[in-house]
Design a protein around this ligand. Structure first.
Ligand SMILES: Cc1cc2nc3c(=O)[nH]c(=O)nc-3n(C[C@H](O)[C@H](O)[C@H](O)COP(=O)(O)OP(=O)(O)OC[C@H]3O[C@@H](n4cnc5c(N)ncnc54)[C@H](O)[C@@H]3O)c2cc1C
Length: 353
């Protein structure tokens, strides 16, 4: 899939027939079913990559209950779903959280994304799972304005550390890998974690130890208590408290934070839907919410007998797409088979046999 759509912040809204919120397995299949109905979609996810829980929580674990697939890993399922939606070319907005969802007087729906992009949609499909996967942040006064310039949460690579004095903050695999990679490019690397104990693969821990022995990575067991900026507002030092309770000042150019990624329901709870135990109540004929034009599929919805399974989400997405097609055209939509329908073959870009 193409890179994240780059629309200038605060430009006029991008108009579209459909927006899918959440690129987990159900959101991806929603794009597919909309494509079969001839509806092009924008696809938004807080994560910088596709796949939701499958990609974030269990990429290498096996799944055995996808119909017709004996076994596949979380990552393999995401790869298959991504290939399946390729003909429909959804417009991706990755690394962006939907912060606002507001019905307009004409019945359309205005979505405000955390990256400043706004979308004006005729239908919205909430496939938000257990919430937006967002990085855990450092709680320290004055740190927020530095995010994006000298403070980065879970950056995809450490190229920003080139030639800099960098502090990598965290204790898991991602933090250890970032410190190892930064040691190749940065002028100085400190790995800051509350304890001198790290959770990572044996090979990474061994590499970390040899870089420590060579003096290329320094480990600091401490907690951040504050940030120090200069007159121009630039970050110049962290204030930390070490394991003995002593305060220290740690100069730096750049802070890379890897404190893990966790789901937060966040704004979905504030959009005015009928909600039961943090899930959106839907009509099982259409998977419509209490708000016209808005559907909810996958782990985020609830109805009598609901099971949080991927295959149930696939069924929900299918019926939601039919319902949305009827909502958009105002006419009944006939069932067609992908095996035999010329129109579906055209939409899929496959040869008719
Ligand atoms: C360890 C584990 C093993 C599992 N094994 C199985 C199994 O074997 N079989 C099975 O059927 N199911 C299994 N499941 C459950 C399955 O993963 C879920 O049912 C499935 O992921 C739900 O898909 P979804 O698309 O609804 O939501 P998710 O996969 O949760 O994806 C939702 C996406 O929406 C994004 N999002 C949410 N809110 C916003 C917002 N406001 N703005 C932008 N993005 C947002 C999130 O970042 C996320 O990427 C397992 C789950 C776990 C944790």
């Amino acid at each position: 899939m193409a890179d994240t759509a780059a629309s200038p912040a605060h430009a006029s809204p991008v108009e579209t027939d459909a927006v899918v919120i959440g690129a987990g397995p159900v959101g991806l299949f929603q794009v597919f079913q909309l494509g079969l109905q001839g509806i092009a979609a924008h696809l938004v996810d807080a994560l910088p990559h596709l796949g939701g829980q499958c990609a974030e929580l269990y990429p290498d674990k096996p799944i055995y209950d996808i119909p017709g697939t004996t076994v596949c890993t979380g990552r393999e399922l995401v790869d298959q779903l991504t290939a399946q939606i390729a003909p429909f070319k959804p417009t991706p907005h990755l690394g962006a959280q939907v912060a606002r969802l507001e019905p307009q007087t004409d019945g359309r729906l205005l979505l405000g994304l955390s990256n400043g992009v706004t979308l004006l949609a005729r239908t919205v499909f909430i496939a938000a799972g257990v919430g937006a996967f967002v990085p855990r942040t450092v709680k320290a006064d004055g740190i927020d304005p530095l995010v994006g310039s000298q403070v980065f949460y879970h950056p995809a690579d450490v190229s920003a550390a080139t030639g800099k004095h960098v502090i990598v903050h965290g204790g898991d695999e991602a933090a250890v890998r970032a410190a190892i990679e930064a040691a190749d490019v940065a002028s100085r690397v400190t790995l800051l974690h509350r304890r001198d104990v790290f959770q990572a693969q044996e090979s990474d821990l061994a590499q970390l130890q040899s870089l420590r022995d060579a003096g290329r990575i320094r480990v600091l067991a401490a907690q951040i208590t504050g940030v120090e900026t200069d007159a121009a507002g630039r970050l110049v030092a962290l204030h930390v408290m070490d394991a003995n309770g002593d305060a220290q000042r740690e100069p730096l150019d750049l802070l890379l934070v890897y404190l893990g990624i966790s789901p937060r329901l966040g704004p979905v709870a504030d959009w005015g839907f009928a909600i039961e135990r943090k899930q959106l109540v839907v009509d099982t004929a259409t998977f419509a919410t209490s708000q016209p034009g808005i559907y909810a599929v996958g782990d985020i919805n609830t109805y009598p007998g609901k099971r949080k399974l991927i295959l149930c989400g696939f069924h929900e997405a299918t019926l939601a797409a039919f319902a949305a097609a009827e909502y958009l055209t105002g006419a009944p939509v006939a069932l067609q088979y992908t095996t035999t329908s010329t129109r579906l073959h055209e939409r899929l870009g496959v040869e008719h046999h």
